[in-house]
Design a protein around this ligand. Structure first.
Ligand SMILES: [Zn+2]
Length: 391
């Protein structure tokens, strides 16, 4: 089957919206359609830019860039302080697992470089068709209500999915949805690694939530929960081992997701120390400042990496992951209950607080230690059983 979409599809959706806009009388609906057109225009502009990338890059002197970035972080620390505390909670709770993590890393380093997938050991590959059919199998068994939404979206997959060489830096896939004309667009990086299956389940989680609740996608101010819709199905798919893959390989996929978020959480948690030192140093990132940063055990490269980690991007994944782990914890005991909470979450109007709803059901982070410890112990157990490593 052929999969593709491009600028032509975006323009086609835009033309349809313009026709609907002309006929529309209601002022609010008109404004809503205009915001959709604006969104499409942004995508079209991005697409044009990627087709004709400009050669010139503006370079900013590094120290000026550091000061500007730190000023942004200082602002974020106060405007998103609740999100920062959840992320710090994540970093500190998982610190307890550091010894076990180091043990696993030293085992993995016998056979894998940090960029390798576990397929290097098992040799497992997955075709696009297989990944899509397992995604379909997963959603059809996941929840009857969500399965109907999924099936409608899945039927349009040829003109809604495209495989690209590289989506963006540090990003294997993305998706969006244009309400009213009911079009969604997924871009996914070409790979034959098993991770593609979870990426599809992840992106279709977004698509389902957009279809069920498009206004929440456009207007919700609670960005920290944007990834729950995708991460919870992804975690369930790994827990249920959809497709019956090698258990060590599936445990590896869960493990790398956790490690990715743990590293980002450590970066975000360091922000308040960076800002304190910066203010103590007259808001100047000179050599004295960089010396102090080194004392925090950040060399220039890890410091740059840490200040480029932002709460409303990476932080979103960490907090959503914490929520998804709580849902998984409930799912393990009572599937029905977890799905009810998840479906209600997906349908929460953007005018209501998602956090308030979630916290009426559970405390975010209350099973973080238990679930991440299980994830790590389970991976170690599978590594032992696989006999591939000297554990
Ligand atoms: Zn996502």
């Amino acid at each position: 089957m052929e999969y593709n979409w491009g600028i032509k599809d975006l323009k086609e959706a835009k033309e349809k919206l313009k026709i609907i806009l002309k006929k529309e009388k209601n002022k609010n609906t008109k404004n809503y359609i205009k915001s959709l057109i604006k969104r499409l225009n942004d995508y079209i502009a991005e697409e044009e830019l990627s087709l004709h990338p400009s050669q010139e890059k503006i370079s900013v002197p590094e120290e000026v860039a550091y000061d500007q970035t730190l000023a942004n972080i200082e602002y974020d620390l106060s405007s998103c302080h609740e999100y920062y505390s959840l992320v710090s909670f994540f970093a500190h709770t998982t610190d307890a697992m550091q010894d076990k993590i180091e043990e696993i890393e030293s085992i993995l380093s016998q056979r894998l470089t940090p960029d390798d997938g576990y397929s290097k050991i098992t040799g497992a590959t997955i075709t696009n068709e297989k990944a899509l059919s397992l995604t379909s199998q997963f959603y059809n068994g996941f929840s009857p209500e969500l399965s109907l939404v999924f099936q409608n979206a899945f039927a349009q997959r040829n003109s809604s999915i495209r495989f690209v060489d590289n989506v963006e830096e540090d990003c294997v896939a993305n998706s969006t949805y244009i309400d009213i004309v009911k079009r969604y667009f997924i871009s996914i990086t070409k790979t034959d690694d098993l991770s593609k299956l979870y990426t599809f389940i992840h992106e279709y989680g977004h698509v389902i939530s957009y279809i069920l609740n498009p206004k929440s996608m456009y207007f919700s101010s609670e960005f920290a929960f944007d990834e729950v819709a995708s991460l919870f199905p992804e975690l369930v798919a790994q827990y249920e081992n959809i497709g019956n893959y090698d258990k060590a390989q599936v445990a590896f996929e869960s493990y790398v997701t956790f490690i990715l978020y743990r590293n980002k959480a450590i970066n975000l948690d360091a922000h308040r120390y960076f800002i304190k030192l910066w203010n103590d140093n007259n808001r100047n990132t000179d050599d004295t400042y960089m010396e102090k940063i080194k004392e925090l055990e950040f060399d220039e490269e890890t410091f740059t990496d840490a200040i480029e980690t932002v709460i409303d991007d990476e932080g979103t994944y960490i907090i959503s992951y914490m929520v998804a782990l709580e849902l998984l914890h409930i799912y393990k005991q009572d599937k029905q209950r977890a799905l009810e909470i998840f479906e209600r979450f997906l349908k929460t109007p953007y005018t209501e607080s998602l956090r308030a709803y979630l916290e009426s059901e559970f405390t975010i982070g209350s099973h973080l230690q238990e679930e991440t410890e299980y994830l790590i112990d389970n991976f170690k157990k599978e590594l032992k059983k696989s006999g591939e490593f000297h554990v």
